[in-house]
Design a protein around this ligand. Structure first.
Ligand code: PMP
Length: 448
């Protein structure tokens, strides 16, 4: 029986109207498709820790919309807060009191957030952050890391995990057609956790480098934390050479801890970008930073332009205020961390019992299994040695049995506050079944 029949029918039809049959390249799946053309799962609804597709398959959801759902899908207090304001209009393009309330909260929670501006997506936020850094330093180039993703605007769309080969030079690799060639020369792409590599480039080119931008815990090449001292090293280089340090906390923000990765590592960037978990699913992003730098944003040709019809809209403001009210309660993060720790440990035990070479890397609210004999993976090139075929088999088997992970091994697994003990037990049972089954059949399977 084809469990994804309706999704596939809809996808075939969608191909006629939406290029590649989807509205985001990241939503194309390969494993469940009957042909060698990728396809997509069509969702029907999501509630709490669960998501249903149009074929009425129910899954415990560990994709959580690529991370935004920190409290649970349709979380009551967030939905109620949005309903309360929506009858008063969806967009004013005027200031409203809720954006001030939210700013005061964020200012208390996030160390670098002396001043801030709202936007709607992570892409917009990093685009604006890079512009501010360029304006402030009066320099043009950026230094990013291989495998780090900062959205789909031209300035940062280089050297993504998919395009990195094990042994390749450090030339930045554009990830899309249509990026002007000249932009290549504005980007340095370094290996994550390469203390010396970054230092060398910075020493040589600091007069041209406006910012170092990184995900403080990399979440777009599975999950790869910084090595001890690495963020500090970046901070010191930036201080020394008049470079702006940007933490892209679109994934880590309000997810690893109420104050983001900067709280965990106790390193304050000059600017940080947030999105995803800030709105528990409603579209919002944030550019936050030191007052002296953020004050450069404003009107006139001697300032940085930032705007957006939907920026600060009342619905997203209501959602974010309600989300942060919940995330500031101790019991919420206690639960998230407790659940995540137990799941990470449970998975490690399953792999060990079944003699699978694997590690589970990351934080309790955002982690991933990597199929490798190493005891840790510290950069994107090492990640290329992991067994992605094993991941594909596991993800497919779990999907068919009611657990949704993303199909891309470079995504993370995420936890929400709505995941409860029975979900944990069910998840471990299904992982155990899947791993045991793969062990039996693996040798006979075709590699894909
Ligand atoms: N930065 C990071 C770290 C991300 O993971 C993403 C999206 N996955 C973005 C930026 C872009 O965000 P958006 O998709 O909202 O534009």
């Amino acid at each position: 029986m084809n469990k994804f029949k309706k999704s596939q029918e809809l996808f075939d039809e969608e191909l006629k109207y939406l290029p590649a049959g989807t509205t985001s390249n990241a939503r194309l799946w390969h494993n469940i498709c009957p042909t060698d053309v990728p396809c997509a799962i069509f969702a029907k609804k999501a509630q709490g820790a669960y998501i249903w597709d149009v074929d009425n398959n129910k899954y415990i959801d560990y994709r959580l919309g690529f991370g935004p759902i920190i409290l649970g899908h349709s979380y009551k207090k967030v939905v109620q807060a949005v309903h309360k304001v929506e009858k008063n209009g969806a967009v004013y393009a005027l200031d409203n009191e809720n954006e001030l309330r939210l700013a005061k909260k964020i200012n208390k929670m996030v160390k670098c957030a002396e001043m801030m501006r709202y936007a709607n997506s992570g892409t917009e936020a990093t685009m604006t952050a890079v512009r501010i850094a360029r304006a402030y330093t009066k320099k043009d180039k950026i230094l990013k890391f291989e495998g780090h993703y900062h959205g789909h605007h031209d300035y940062v769309l280089f050297s993504l995990a998919k395009h990195i080969k094990k042994n390749l030079g450090k030339t930045p690799i554009p990830a899309s057609l249509g990026i002007p060639k000249n932009i290549n020369s504005l980007v340095f792409a370094e290996e994550w956790n390469d203390f010396d590599g970054v230092e060398k480039t910075v020493k040589k080119h600091h007069k041209e480098i406006a910012c170092i931008i990184c995900e403080p815990v990399a979440g777009n090449m599975a999950v790869i934390p910084p090595e001890p001292g690495f963020l500090n090293h970046l901070r010191e280089l930036c201080n020394k050479y008049d470079i702006i340090l940007i933490f892209d906390e679109v994934k880590t923000g309000f997810r690893l801890a109420p104050g983001g990765a900067q709280e965990i590592y106790n390193i304050t960037p000059d600017i940080a970008t947030f999105a995803k978990a800030l709105g528990n699913g409603y579209p919002i992003s944030l550019i936050a930073g030191k007052k002296e730098i953020m004050e450069l944003v404003g009107p006139g040709r001697d300032h940085v332009l930032h705007g957006g019809t939907y920026s600060g809209n009342p619905l997203s403001m209501a959602a974010a205020n309600a989300t942060l009210d919940e995330l500031q309660k101790k019991e919420v993060f206690d639960h998230l961390n407790h659940y995540g720790r137990k799941l990470m440990k449970g998975l490690r035990d399953i792999y060990e019992d079944n003699k699978v070479d694997a590690i589970v890397q990351g934080f309790p609210t955002m982690f991933q299994s990597l199929f490798t004999g190493r005891d840790k993976i510290t950069n994107c090139r090492q990640g290329k040695n992991c067994d992605i075929n094993y991941f594909a088999l596991l993800q497919g088997e779990l999907l068919r049995n009611g657990i949704m992970l993303d199909e891309d091994p470079e995504e993370a697994m995420y936890i929400s506050y709505s995941h409860k003990e029975n979900d944990l037990n069910k998840t471990l049972e299904l992982f155990n079944n899947a791993v045991s089954k793969i062990k039996k059949v693996r040798k006979t399977l075709i590699k894909f």
